[in-house]
Write a protein that binds this ligand. Structure first.
Ligand SMILES: [Zn+2]
Length: 288
């Protein structure tokens, strides 16, 4: 199975006003939702496994599922480990054939983040895979804070320039006002900072916390310079809502496959909307 590396899948969209959707999966149904939506849209897809959702011992099984689905549909795809915290996780992923890994030392001091990221880059590049790192910290929507406290977590442009040069990282996740999960208030994206980071960093920029962010904000972020947008909650909620609805009748008469099919269709529908919004729909031909 040949995946595109994270660097390869992002390369065609840099400076082109579109971004690749990066979707987490943890099972067969969500994997199919991602792959079928991307095949229908002729869109590239970054398929991600998040260690917090899928324990390491389950990665090989999930990988087989992803591999078979991607082979069946022949979409341009990268397989990425999302938010790895340790080099052990990175090594395990590389051994299994992931084409990209994210090392997240965003809560560590700068020097430590640089050191750990550089080590991840050495390991991954030796295997022909790419690395994404995070500078500044993208928190959780539940923690939405305002004023100086929130600004303290944003990515500093001078640090980003140094970080990219010293680590050799392939893509940089930046903190510019989005948060993971659902927002408690309205997100305030710092578009000026995206423009400055774009000018300072010669590599693709990544936006975490793409879910629950207004469409026009995502579009503007892409036009200024974001190349990869991570989405989980916006798939998770419609998926679970459809599943819950499918389970609403008499349970004795409910078919398991039909309930999951409804959930999968809901997940797929939202991924198709995202592919349109991000502008990745129709871009599969750019990889041939
Ligand atoms: Zn994230």
């Amino acid at each position: 199975m040949k995946y595109l590396t994270l660097a390869e899948i992002l390369q065609p969209c840099v400076g082109q006003n579109w971004a690749v959707g990066a979707y987490d999966t943890c099972n067969l149904e969500i994997t199919r939702a991602i792959v079928e939506a991307s095949a229908a849209d002729q869109a590239p897809a970054i398929i991600m496994i998040y260690p917090h959702h899928t324990p390491q011992e389950e990665w090989p099984t999930l990988l087989r599922i992803i591999e078979m689905e991607v082979e069946r549909t022949r979409i341009p795809a990268a397989l990425v480990l999302d938010h790895a915290k340790t080099l052990d996780q990175i090594e395990a992923a590389l051994e299994l054939g992931f084409s990209g890994v994210m090392i997240d030392a965003s809560q560590a001091p700068l020097e430590q983040n640089i050191t750990l990221t550089r080590q991840a880059v050495e390991l991954a590049h030796a295997c022909g895979a790419s690395v994404e790192a995070e500078l500044g910290h993208v928190g959780q929507g539940d923690d939405l804070v305002s004023g100086d406290q929130y600004k303290a977590h944003l990515t500093r442009v001078d640090e980003a320039r140094r970080f990219v040069a010293e680590t050799g990282v392939d893509a940089l996740a930046v903190s510019i006002g989005t948060l993971h999960g659902l927002y408690r208030g309205k997100p305030q994206l710092d578009f000026e900072r995206i423009a400055q980071l774009r000018a300072a960093c010669p590599i693709p920029l990544v936006l975490h916390g793409g879910s629950d962010t207004p469409d026009q904000d995502l579009r503007r972020a892409i036009e200024i310079g974001i190349d990869k947008i991570n989405i989980w909650t916006d798939v998770r909620i419609p998926f679970l809502r459809a599943l819950k609805q499918a389970l609403g009748g008499p349970i004795e008469k409910t078919e398991v496959n039909e309930a999951f099919e409804a959930a999968r269709a809901a997940g797929s529908a939202v991924i198709r909307q995202k592919n349109q919004l991000l502008g990745s729909a129709g871009k599969a031909t750019r990889y041939r």
